[in-house]
Each structure stands twice: as C-alpha cells, then as structure tokens.
Design a protein around this ligand. Structure first.
Ligand SMILES: [Cu+2]
Length: 266
C-alpha cells in the first residue's frame, strides 16, 4: 500500500489517529470484546462483565462505536441475542479523548463454553478511504466443562480456533483458520496486537505495535504469545462488495477478530 504522506497525515489527524497515517500498511484497528474472566469456575460469581469497544489495543487510541448490528452468545448449541444488554459507556483513551464504548453483563447459567460475538455496523475510516467491519468473538469457559470452543458460528468472516482459546500459558502457540463466507482464506493477512490496558508496554519502533503474519495455503496461522494478557488476532480481507460513502463506492475491510488471554505462571 502506498500513501500520499502529507495527505494521509492531515486526514489521519481529523479522522482517527496520526499513528495510522504514519504506519505503513498496518491499520491496527481492532474491534474488542474483553470479558473480566475467561474461565469461570464453580466457586466464582457466575456473572461476567464484557467490555466492548473499537480501539487501537497497543497504543490505546479509541474510536467511537455505535450500537452494533448484532451482539450475542453461542452456548450449548443455542444462539442467544444479547443486544438488549449493551450499556453505552464513555471511556477516556490514551489521548484523553472520551470515546463511545459499551459494557454488558452476562450471567452464566450452564457449564460449557460460551462464544460471545459481535457484528459491528460498518465504520467509515477517512484515513484509509474504506469501511471497516470486524466480526469479533471471545470464548469464556463455564464451570470447567470444555465443550463448544471450536464451534463455528457462521460469521461472514471468522477465525476458527485450532488451539483451545482459553486456559493458555504465556508463551503458548496459538493457531486458527481464517474463513470468509465459510471457506478458508489461503495466505490471509493476520494482524496481532497486545491489549496494553495499563500502558505498560512502550513499543521501541512502529513495526512493534502490530505483529503481522500470514496464514498458510490452508488458511491456518500460527503465533506465539510472548507474555501474559489479552491478545487480539485480526484476519483482514477485502469484501467482494463495496459500500457507498457520499455517493461513491469504497472497499470494505472484512475483519475476523478473536481475543484470547494468556496467563503467567504464579
Ligand atoms: Cu483508528
């Protein structure tokens, strides 16, 4: 991708963040669903809180999110619509800007894996002259019964995990298949970012912000998560359809995003 540097810096300032404009190809936008617990055990409260936002996870710059097209959970073979549970929230990002995000509470009723997912409304990104739609999910294990995490929920773009996406040590490898319209995407680009929640990680150079990998010929990607915390995987592909902005057609970045948490040994 080539940029008119001056133009993209100007547009970037008014749009989203200057960091995108300066970055070469990595856009580093991530739709996020972060639960406050990824494994709910018997002796814990069965209610979890989910933080839903559209963010640059490592740099901490936020974008405003509107009410998503869909928010739900797939568990025990049932698909539940949770859209009514979303509560709008204002969260200050690392620039001091207040951003529109959401929270949701969910009470786990049964043992088994819970796949929380979101389909956001298309986001117009002037700096990239493109729409962004990141289909996103996160898996929470309920009461120790490990069943359901590898189910496909049938999103237009979806990462299907090959590694169980919870109960992971820091340093574990993670593998997943990138799918669009249910088919694996050979050599799909996948961006990986750490959720730098407390700002404790300072990247020494811009390429350190977003790790960039590619899937193999079968659409399978592999990444070793070097330390504990939340890691986001965003498989990015261009939609076959375009969308209109001010009467003109623009490409749509189709993202399949999955969040996994790694744990340090105590
Ligand atoms: Cu952004």
């Amino acid at each position: 991708m080539t940029y008119d540097r001056t133009k993209s810096i100007t547009v970037g300032l008014i749009a989203c963040s200057i960091y995108i404009a300066l970055a070469s190809s990595a856009s580093a936008h991530f739709q996020m669903i972060i639960p406050d617990d990824d494994m709910v055990s018997q002796n814990e409260s069965p209610t979890i809180n989910l933080d839903v936002r559209f963010w640059h996870p490592l740099e901490g710059h936020g974008m405003d999110m509107v009410t998503p097209a869909k928010f739900g959970v797939l568990t025990s073979g049932k698909d539940l619509n949770l859209s009514d549970t979303l509560q709008p929230q204002k969260v200050e990002d690392h620039n001091g800007d207040k951003r529109d995000t959401f929270t949701a509470k969910y009470r786990l009723k049964k043992p088994g894996d819970h796949i929380f997912y979101i389909e956001p409304k298309p986001y117009w990104e002037p700096a990239e002259e493109s729409f962004i739609v990141h289909y996103t999910k996160v898996v929470v294990n309920g009461f120790g019964m490990e069943a359901g995490w590898d189910e496909e929920i049938g999103q237009k773009a979806e990462i299907v995990p090959l590694t169980r996406p919870y109960g992971l040590w820091a340093g574990n490898v993670f593998q997943g298949i990138v799918k669009v319209n249910g088919e694996p995407v050979p050599f799909s680009e996948v961006e990986v970012e750490y959720y730098n929640r407390d700002g404790g990680v300072t990247p020494p150079a811009d390429p350190m912000i977003t790790q960039v990998i590619k899937a193999d010929a079968n659409g399978v990607f592999t990444y070793v998560m070097p330390w504990g915390g939340w890691w986001g995987f965003a498989a990015l592909n261009e939609d076959e359809n375009t969308m209109q902005h001010d009467g003109k057609d623009y490409p749509v970045e189709l993202g399949a995003v999955l969040w996994v948490k790694t744990h340090e040994r105590k």
